[in-house]
Structures are given as structure tokens and as C-alpha cells.
Design a protein around this ligand. Sequence first.
Ligand SMILES: [Cu+2]
Length: 288
Amino acid sequence: MRYAAMLGIALLGLGACARKDESASKAEGTMASSAATPPEVHFTAKDFSFEGPATISSGWTTIVLHNDGPTLHHLMLLRLTDGKTVGDLEAAAAAMKPGEMMPPTWAVPAGGVNPPDPGADTRATLDIQPGDYAVVCVVDIPDHVPHMMKGMISALTVRSASGPAAPEPTADVTINQVDFAFAPSAPLTAGHHVIKVVNLGTQPHELEVIKLAEGKTMDDLAQWGQTFQGPLPGSSLGGAAPMAPGQVEYFPLDLTPGNYAILCFVPDPTKNNMPHLAEGMVLPFTIS
Ligand SMILES: [Cu+2]
């Protein structure tokens, strides 16, 4: 399966609000939470595998993704329905032909964390429902083969949480995703933000933030996305991995002066898998 792949750049990442180190019970992979903060679960992405918990609790949860590199990776949750397993997903992916980029309908995009730069962390907070999931990376740098075909697929069981539920985060800016545009509630400004992402569309959408390197342009980014030659002409600051219609996620974003772009690479199956960014889901902005 190639889902957002192909163009796949992977984008962003930063995130990371500083947080105190909590000594937490990792028995279930979920750190102990205070009433005020969703628990954190930590995953590491490397070429080409995930390390992280196999079981977590349901509810509002912050997924922290560390990129061991050297290339870009994200963490996307696919909720497995119809009793399907990760093995079924691997088999389905192996049977897909070039151009078939959408996962089977029984593997439902359920959000996640978009890429940090190599060596960095990104995070996103989402309300994870109980069930069986696959954790996958469909970034396809450098050879246009989604990383899940190279081993970046693992099983995640989400159990019904017991105990008090963590609260939904609060945000200072909301970015709605529609078919096919990003609609921010306010202009983005320098400083620290918590962004709420809401998929108001009828297709899955993601949100990826890239900060262009000094002197680089959107054309440079587009050209890189065609060939993956050389390094990303910028920094990948994370965001929300593909979410189902109706889904909500939160992520931290620290903005310093420079040129940025917010992008969605999800393919549109009704348009021959044209990436959403080619249909309008690209939002360049400048922080001065
Ligand atoms: Cu989209």
C-alpha cells in the first residue's frame, strides 16, 4: 500500500514542547498521566522499523515520534476492521500494483504523527479508540517504495482505558481541512502554538509543516518531491498523519522567521490518485 506515498515527502516535524521527564510505568507503554495532561507514548522510527509499545490504553494520548534516521519517517495509525490483522495488511500491500495507493477499505486512517527531521522528535495528541491497529510509515523516500514495504509496519492493540480520562487539549489556532484546502482560523504568527487540526472533508487528509531552508523556494520543494535527490530543502516540523473524515488532532508548533508550507500528500482516488496538494491543499506562509 502506498497511501500518501509517491510524493511522499514526508514532511515535518518539530514539535516537542518541553516536558518534564516523568518516571512512569511503561507496563502498557503508556506513561502515567495527571488529570491535566494526556499520557505520552513513545515510538522510535529507523531505517526501516518501529520501536514502541505493542499495547496502549484508549483515550486522549500524545504520541511522541523520535526519528533515528537517516531519512524521514512518520507514524500513521490504520485501524483494522472486519477482523483483519497486520498480516492481512502486509499481504494486501504486497499484492497492490503501482498506482494503487489507498489502503484497503478495512484499514481506516486514524491519524498519527508526521515526520521529524532525522535526530529530532515530533508529537501529536489524538483520541485513540479501542481496537486493533497497524502502525505504518508510508514515506517513500528515496526510491518511491513506501517504508511499510521495507518493514515499517507493526501491530498495536488499544485497550479500553480504566480510570479517569485525560482531557482534550486546548489550542490557540484551528486549521480545518476541507476538500481541498487548509483553512486556518487565524494567521500564523511567530512563537509557540498548539494547533488543532480538524478533517471536515470527505476524504482522509493529513497536515505536514515544512520550513524552507534559507534561500529555498516552493519550486525547490516541488522539484525535490519529484526526485528525492539530495536532502529536503528545509526542515520537517511534523503535524498530523492522515486522519479519517471527522477526526481531530492537536500538535505543538514553534514558528521562527522564515518561509513555510503546510501540505497534504494524500492521493485522491477519484482523480487518478492525484495528491491533494495538487488540488489545493498547499498553504505557503511567511513568518517575519
Ligand atoms: Cu488532503
